[in-house]
Design a protein around this ligand. Sequence first.
Ligand SMILES: Cc1ncc(C[n+]2csc(CCOP(=O)(O)OP(=O)(O)O)c2C)c(N)n1
Ligand SMILES: [Mg+2]
Length: 586
Amino acid sequence: MTAPTPQRMTPSEALVETLAANGVTEIFGIVGSAYMDALDIFPAAGIRYISVAHEQGAAHMADGYARASGRHGVCIGQNGPGITNFVTAIAAAYWAHSPVVMITPESGSMTMGLGGFQETEQLPIFSKITKFQGHVNNPKRMAEIAGRCFDRAMLEMGPTQLNIPRDFFYGDIQATINAPIRIGRGPGDSAALDEAADLLAAAKFPVILAGGGVIMSEGTKEAVQLAELLRAPVANSYLHNDSFPASHPLWCGPLGYQGSKAAMKLIAQADVVLALGTRLGPFGTLPQHGLDYWPANAKIIQIDADPKVLGLVKSISVGIHGDAKAAAIALIERLKDRPLACTANQAERAAKIEAEKHAWESELTAWTHERDPFSLEVASNSNHMHPRQVLRELEKAMPAHAMVSTDIGNICSISNSYLRFDEPRSMFAAMAFGNCGYAFPVACGAKIARPDRPAIAYVGDGAWGISFNELLTCAREKIGVTVVVFNNAQWGAEKKNHVDFYSRRFQAVDLDSPSWAGVAKAFGCEGVTVDRLSDVGPALTASVAAQAEGKTTVIEVMVTQELGDPFRRDALKKPHRLLEKYKTYV
Ligand SMILES: Cc1ncc(C[n+]2csc(CCOP(=O)(O)OP(=O)(O)O)c2C)c(N)n1
Ligand SMILES: [Mg+2]
């Protein structure tokens, strides 16, 4: 390949040409003078600028866009406040391993440090929540540094920052627009793969834990082949319910908070666990349903594209720094003609998988409402629906190829038991950063990336209050998504802590909201209030049909105040007071 030749252009042109060279067709943000010179030529470069209501929404949309498409999501904002508004969403994208490129125009190079207008140092703010920070220290380096931000977002699987002093958009430079650098990771060290294959060949009860790496490497087919070769049950890692097809007989559901008892009971019996493309995050492997399921004596093979997570949280026997798909292929290659110890008991294991799945499914079906004293009390005084029943109805009516984003809250967390997917890039939960207000803008971004697929956000009424401003964006930009708002008139997940740990001293947890369906209509979207189970499925179906016309619908489901298990049982303690005046607060 011949090297591209330098060309005379402006730095704004160099930036926009780099965006085009990286296949960027959409950018999210709020207009600002800082980058207007580049914005002006976005249309000529085939870039649609999606104007949002709040920059947090823009960065979340870029995250959803990236997670749905596997391509970069890009956001841009005004120096100072526009950029600080990105913080929460970039932290969320960081923990979602999302290749978001955040373009941050900064105060002009000649006034920086003087305390002028909209000035703040923009690199330190993001230093711990980006994988790479490119600072354009000279306008002649615009294309080089911009290109590196795009390359690194893919290489390191996370957000990067392109920081540009605002005066550096102007000028007359010689620039080269380089082709993107995409580095394949390969399967990892071959001796480690041999060792892993030996462990798997000798295993009597191998279990695969399929993580986000399977999705990001597009390795679903290979994960299925490997599971079939070993006839091993497959659990999804926490909030990656789309890492293995749910209709497959070997699928047994997600681990972690509100996960599948079948997955937990099966992995508890493992003598070898193949953790494929997962960092084994600490929150996602906590005991649940009273089950301390992590198999303490099993050999753990961990494969991940980020070497720093290998053995970080759980002790491992073999660590492989590789791409989940390529590593799966390498293991299949090593195992396919070998005698496998687990062949001898395959019928017995298949029966166990089937029995555990059946038992969990029956338990879920019978688990129509929560049974703790608080939940029974509040539900008996209510005419509203039980959240679990609503979740089951939504599951039944879920359209094919749906993409579902979920927020942080009690009901959204319980939805983990009811969300099953057959294809990757279908579930976009607020991952380890856990911010309320994540799901709706992420669903908008996902829809823009994949207009052919239904996009549905599950949001609690409290989290909805943080994020509903993006209804403006949906109406203005004709983005059609469905939002299911679970109206239980409370910040339920936190109220649960008051119930379990603070003797029901409720404080700041009750919500008095307007009609969210009415609010949606006032924003120019559709809104419907659902108070009967039989209306849940039809409302979802109608809203998905409306998506095709670029219409967003808020389905406000009225649910009781009952509450499932608390989030942070692991981190809360019963109060202990020492000062006299606080003695009754126990
Ligand atoms: C931005 C942010 N603020 C606060 C919290 C703490 N928090 C976690 S869950 C929760 C309650 C969520 O309430 P809601 O969205 O109504 O859902 P519900 O629990 O009622 O189902 C809160 C406030 C958070 N995770 N993120
Ligand atoms: Mg709520």
